[in-house]
Structure formats: C-alpha cells, structure tokens
Write a protein that binds this ligand. Structure first.
Ligand SMILES: [Zn+2]
Length: 141
C-alpha cells in the first residue's frame, strides 16, 4: 500500500498516512485532531517537514516549488493534483517559496514553477515550468 505525508495546518505536525485512506475520507492530524487538508494527494509543507519527508520516504518524492503570485504556478496546480491521483507510487508535495524563502537559494531554484524529484533524499530530476499531468507522469517513471 502506498504511503503519503501531510502537514497539519494548525500544529504543523507531520503525519504519515495511507494514500488510499486519504482519498476515502478526510484524514485528521494524529497530534491535534484537526482535519488535514490535501489537494488530491498533494500536501502543502514547510521546508522543515520537506527535509524530513525526502530523507524518510521510500517512494520517490515530487516537489512543486511555487508562489501564489505566479500565474503559471496556479495553472500548473490542477495538473499537479491530477498527477498525484494517477501516480500513487510517488509522494507529492508543494512548497510555497514565498513563505519558505530560504529554500529557493538552498536548492538553486531560479524560476517557478520548478518540479524536483527526490529519491532517498537525493535530487534525481528537475523540470522548470508548468507541465500537463501526463508529462509529469512521464517524468516520474
Ligand atoms: Zn495538528
């Protein structure tokens, strides 16, 4: 069974959960009981939890670095969400570069949206710009 991660919007706790269960009903935070809001199987996370997940996940981790002011990022959002539902073998995360400002410098992100795939904590692929769900699916394979 595939596993995904979700960060609680209230207490910031990192929750590990089954993808199947997350799709069946709204998961709740194991720490504070707040509903965990996910978009498809995409989780919004901060840079601290992002680092934990990439080092902890056995499955490939796909990360969309984005910002709310970026038009192409907003257009990419629904396609990214769709890809998360079509590729249960990977974990899908979103990092808001406006909120997590240090991360862009740390990962050398020059333009957004920027999609990076990590395996065992190491970057294996990087793609700049918006993609269709199908293109992203190809990138993950
Ligand atoms: Zn919580």
């Amino acid at each position: 069974m595939s596993t995904t991660f979700s960060q609680c919007s209230k207490c910031q706790a990192l929750n590990k959960l089954s993808s199947q269960k997350a799709l069946e009903k709204t998961p709740v935070c194991g720490k504070c009981g707040e509903n965990l809001s996910m978009h498809g199987l995409v989780s919004d996370i901060n840079s601290q939890n992002f680092k934990k997940i990439i080092s902890m996940s056995e499955a490939p981790v796909v990360v969309d670095f984005w910002a709310s002011w970026c038009g192409p990022c907003r257009a990419y959002g629904p396609e990214y969400e769709k890809a998360s539902l079509q590729n249960h073998n990977a974990v899908f995360l979103k990092v808001n570069t406006e909120v997590e400002q240090q991360i862009s410098a740390e990962y050398g992100i020059r333009g957004i949206p920027c999609t990076i795939i990590f395996k065992n904590g190491v970057e294996v692929k990087r793609q700049s710009g918006a993609m269709s769900a199908a293109q992203l699916g190809q990138l993950i394979k």
